[in-house]
Design a protein around this ligand. Structure first.
Ligand SMILES: Cc1ncc(COP(=O)(O)O)c(C=O)c1O
Length: 457
């Protein structure tokens, strides 16, 4: 095996041709999963002592494997939180891999980290957090939330060393993303979940804290608000929550993994007021900022607090803080050490297109949600469950059972037409299964929405 050989050069033409073809394809085939047994029978054993050769491996990828995977940017993929990386960001993702840069330390990645940091400055400016607020790109929202929670917990313990062995409590609401509960498990913290059918506000939070015993109150190390809930796009009352956090001296984290991009849209920015008072914020460029996977971000009001929680020590690492190599080390601000410079595709795309184009593309998602809302109300067999929030729309097909929604999702997906998944929504009568759109891809059309609603007839 050589770093460069003739086969590789020939094969790379095929690979690049495929990559260019794929990013130029605005309506790719909507793949459908096969079972592992089916895939094994189609692909066979690919890892062998002698290797099967690049041509064969790539053929299997192109003809079998990719067809059993879903292109997340399909214009009628409106389930979960889809994505829609820009062509320039995808191309630059290839460049980022080819450049082979270690992104943990300034010593190794100075130029690339500098570029990442320019993109980060723009993210910080969207929040309005004052200097020295800054952040770092992570593998996603889950890692960003975990990194922020660790920083919060360590800060809480540093203020009162008696808490060194206390189990902390984080307060959030039932609108929070599943990663909050999961990451609390990772750091062995308890979660106090405030139940609400709408946004979490300062009053609800203050009342919940008021009901806790003084001992438990002393165990709270963070409050986590959501700015754009995954299920329905609701933005918590960040202003009111900031007020309560400041009154009780609690770390205020805002999970804006999905919704945070909308801060770039001037007309909706006021919905996020209060985020500038956060101690930490999660924003995922791989959701609504058109970055390829995987790219999240965590921002800190006081990066020094994150650094004291996260920076790793070891004699083999001493050189990284030596005078001649000093600079911003991304590994100091989140849980990962070795990392790719995953903010680079975002940087390139932002630099190329400018932030105005981003504002326009993000606002199209909000506009599509408003359009879908109107179409749902005008369609005989559908109705809105609630007004659209950000780019999320919850709606019902009148008279459908949970099984009807499930079968419809399956039918549309299997036919390669659309992927729109059901979710649950709690109303005064109980928990109801409903349908949900989440718009990210600006190439989704009104006709796509009309066709999907028609398929529910
Ligand atoms: C609000 C919110 N937070 C966190 C996450 C987790 O992000 P990731 O999947 O990038 O880890 C998501 C994912 O949908 C989310 O919507």
């Amino acid at each position: 095996m050589h770093n460069v050989d003739i086969d590789l050069v020939e094969m790379s033409l095929d690979v690049i041709k495929f990559a260019i073809g794929r990013i130029s394809d605005t309506d790719p085939q909507l793949g459908f999963p096969k079972t592992a047994a089916e895939l094994k029978s189609l692909v066979g054993e690919t890892i062998t002592p002698a290797g099967i050769g690049g041509e064969k491996a790539f053929e299997l990828f192109r003809e079998v494997l990719i067809k059993a995977s879903i292109p997340i940017d399909h214009p009628r993929h409106l389930a979960f939180v889809p994505a829609s990386p820009t062509r320039s960001a995808v191309l630059f993702d290839l460049v980022t891999s080819a450049a082979s840069v270690h992104g943990a330390f300034w010593l190794e990645g100075a130029g690339c980290i500098f570029a990442e940091n320019q993109a980060m400055e723009w993210l910080v400016s969207l929040t309005g957090m004052p200097p020295p607020a800054f952040g770092v790109f992570t593998s996603g929202g889950t890692e960003a939330n975990l990194s922020a929670m660790v920083a919060a917990r360590e800060y809480w313990r540093s203020v009162d060393p008696a808490k060194a062995n206390s189990r902390g409590i984080v307060i959030t609401s039932n609108g929070a993303h599943s990663s909050i509960k999961a990451m609390a498990k990772v750091i062995d913290a308890d979660v106090l979940m405030i139940e609400t059918d709408d946004r979490l506000d300062g009053e609800l939070l203050d009342a919940a804290i008021g009901k806790m015993s003084p001992a438990d109150r002393g165990r709270i190390f963070a409050v986590i608000a959501t700015a754009g809930t995954t299920n329905s796009g609701i933005i918590d009352d960040l202003q009111g929550i900031a007020e309560v956090c400041s009154k009780h001296k609690l770390w205020f984290h805002v999970d804006a993994a999905y919704g945070g991009a909308a801060m770039a849209v001037r007309s909706v920015r006021p919905l996020f007021n209060g985020i500038e008072r956060a101690d930490s914020v999660t924003i995922d460029p791989h959701k609504w900022l058109f970055s390829p996977y995987d790219c999240g971000a965590v921002l800190y009001r006081d990066p020094a607090l994150a650094k004291s929680a996260h920076s790793q020590e070891g004699s083999y690492l001493d050189i990284f803080s030596d005078e001649g190599y000093q600079g911003f080390n991304p590994s100091d601000y989140q849980i990962q050490l070795t990392r790719r410079v995953r903010g680079l595709p975002l940087w390139f795309s932002l630099a190329m297109h400018g932030t105005d184009r981003y504002e326009k593309a993000i606002s199209r998602g909000i506009e599509l949600a408003q359009i879908a809302g109107r179409m749902i109300e005008e369609t005989e067999h559908t109705e809105l469950v609630r007004e659209p929030n950000l780019s999320c729309v919850l709606y019902r097909r009148k008279g459908w059972s949970p099984e009807d929604y499930r079968d419809w999702t399956f039918r549309n997906h299997k036919a390669g037409f659309a992927l729109v998944a059901p979710t649950k929504w709690r109303n005064p009568k109980g928990v109801e299964t409903v349908s949900r759109f989440c718009f990210i891809n600006p190439d989704t059309t009104e006709q796509d929405i009309a066709d999907i609603l028609e398929s529910m007839k």
